[in-house]
Design a protein around this ligand. Structure first.
Ligand code: ATP
Length: 199
């Protein structure tokens, strides 16, 4: 699997639709300070479900929408699509090309799509689980992240190895099942209380 194209429209400094084609090997993005290089990595994190405006270097999520310039009006929505080559089947979906889209309107309304089909953020998270590509995945190493990884708690470091080992999806399913089990046990207690009252 590799990221072959990034399509950005209305996201931060990218007012016009911009397609960034990536081929195999290494791609370097160069440009003067403030020209929008980091906005590209912000766009990638954002599509993958980043919910923290601070991580995206803003104060509120609306800050990712193009806010206008002296010559151009602000835009009403931001949209980013990541196109992955999935010929090797790394993503558990029956398509050789996978497009993930996130759209945000100024009203706060947010939309997610997998191959143009509307979906939940949870579906996107599950699709990328154990691939290293998620918003916290080890394939995106931001400035200062290496220091953070080396100095963080051993449990936090363990999460990185678990993602690489491919067991995060099982751990997540186990946690979900445990929560369901807990809710069911609470319901049984409640039902027993009601039965006792009736008897
Ligand atoms: P450096 O080399 O200094 O790290 P950079 O090339 O990584 O810079 P970015 O931080 O990606 O640059 O881009 C900053 C630019 O993006 C600034 O000019 C800022 O005004 C612009 N920008 C950020 N958010 C928005 C927005 N919502 N609307 C319009 N422009 C924005």
């Amino acid at each position: 699997m590799f990221l072959k194209r990034i399509e950005i429209q209305g996201f931060k400094s990218f007012a016009d639709k911009t397609d960034i084609e990536l081929s195999g090997g290494i791609t370097c993005v160069v440009g003067p300070n403030g020209s929008g290089k980091s906005n590209i990595s912000d766009a990638i994190r954002w599509v993958l479900g980043e919910q923290s405006a601070k991580t995206l270097r803003g104060s509120k999520m609306e800050d990712v929408i193009f806010s206008g310039t002296s010559r151009r009006k602000p835009l009403g929505f931001a949209e980013v699509t990541l196109v992955f080559d999935n010929k090797d089947g790394s993503l558990p979906i029956d398509y050789s090309e996978v497009c993930i889209t996130r759209r945000l309107f100024r009203s706060g309304e947010s939309e997610y799509y997998i191959n143009k089909n509307s979906c939940r953020l949870k579906d996107i998270r599950e699709l990328f689980m154990d691939t290293g590509v998620g918003k916290d995945g080890y394939s995106i190493i931001g400035q200062g992240r290496i220091d953070e990884i080396l100095s963080s708690k051993s449990e936090d470091r363990r999460n990185i190895f678990e993602e690489a080992a491919g067991i995060v999806k099982f751990k997540t399913r186990k946690e979900e099942s445990e929560k369901k089990l807990k809710r069911t046990k609470e319901n049984i207690i409640r039902i027993n209380d009601i039965l006792n009252e009736i008897e």
